[in-house]
Design a protein around this ligand. Structure first.
Ligand SMILES: CC(C)(COP(=O)(O)OP(=O)(O)OC[C@H]1O[C@@H](n2cnc3c(N)ncnc32)[C@H](O)[C@@H]1OP(=O)(O)O)[C@@H](O)C(=O)NCCC(=O)NCCS
Length: 179
C-alpha cells in the first residue's frame, strides 16, 4: 500500500529529493494565472548545486550561530512535493528572528498541507527559542496571504515596485509573527 503523505523536518540526506521539487515549484511561479511566489522569473531556475552546497552547511548549524537554516517537507509517495524553509539571522543581533519561505506543488494544494507545514515550523521555532518569524509575500498572492493571516502573521508594510519580473512590477507585503 502507498505510504500516506506526511510532513517532516528535512535532513541533509533529503537534499537530493528537495532539489527537483524546488525546480518544479519555481516553474509554477507567475505562470498559468498563478501569482508570483519567488523574486525571479520562472525562466530563471534555482541554482541547485549552489543550494545543495549551502544547505549541507546551514542545516547543520546550531540556531545560536549566524547563518543557520532549517527545512520542512511534504512527502508524497516518496517524493517531496512541498517545502518550508526558515533562514536565521545573518549576524548575532538578528539571531532571535528567522525568515520564512514555502511552496506546495499545485496538485497538492488546498488539502491542508501548507497549514500543516507552517504550524509545524511555528512550533519548532517556539521550541528553539526564537522570538519572531518574518516573511515577504507579493500583494497579489491572495492564497499565501490568507494562509499567513490564518496563522497569526500581521502586516508591517508594503514595498511598492519591490521587484520587476517578466515586465511586471510587484509590490511586496512584509509580515511578521511574534512567537
Ligand atoms: C500558499 C500555499 C503554500 C498554501 O498551501 P495549501 O496547502 O494550498 O494551503 P492549505 O490547504 O493548508 O490552506 C490553508 C489556508 O490557506 C488559505 N488558502 C490556501 N489556498 C487558498 C486559496 N487558493 N484562496 C484563498 N485562501 C487560500 C486559506 O486560509 C486556507 O484555510 P482554509 O482551508 O480554512 O480556507 C500554496 O498555495 C502555494 O504553495 N502557493 C505557491 C507558492 C507560494 O505562494 N508560496 C508562498 C510565497 S510567500
Amino acid at each position: 500500500m502507498a505510504e500516506s503523505p506526511r510532513v517532516a523536518p528535512l535532513t541533509v540526506d533529503d537534499i537530493p529529493a528537495l532539489l527537483p521539487h524546488l525546480v518544479r515549484n519555481a516553474l509554477e511561479s507567475g505562470r498559468d494565472g498563478e501569482p508570483f511566489s519567488r523574486a525571479r522569473s520562472a525562466d530563471d531556475p534555482p541554482d541547485t548545486s549552489a543550494i545543495a552546497e549551502r544547505l549541507a552547511v546551514t542545516w547543520a548549524r546550531p540556531v545560536d550561530v549566524p547563518g543557520w537554516e532549517r527545512g520542512f517537507g511534504l512527502w508524497v509517495g516518496g517524493e517531496l512535493r512541498g517545502h518550508l524553509d526558515l533562514i536565521g539571522g545573518e549576524i548575532e543581533s538578528e539571531l532571535h528572528r528567522a525568515h520564512l519561505g514555502m511552496g506546495i506543488e499545485r496538485p497538492h494544494r488546498r488539502a491542508g498541507w501548507g497549514s500543516r507545514l507552517l504550524g509545524d515550523a511555528i512550533t519548532w521555532a517556539r521550541g528553539a527559542g526564537l522570538a519572531w518569524i518574518d516573511l515577504g509575500v507579493f500583494t497579489h498572492n491572495a492564497p499565501a496571504h490568507a494562509l499567513y493571516v490564518k496563522h497569526g502573521f500581521v502586516e508591517v508594510g508594503v514595498t511598492v515596485d519591490r521587484v520587476r519580473i517578466d515586465g511586471q512590477s510587484l509590490d511586496d507585503r512584509a509580515m511578521v509573527l511574534r512567537l
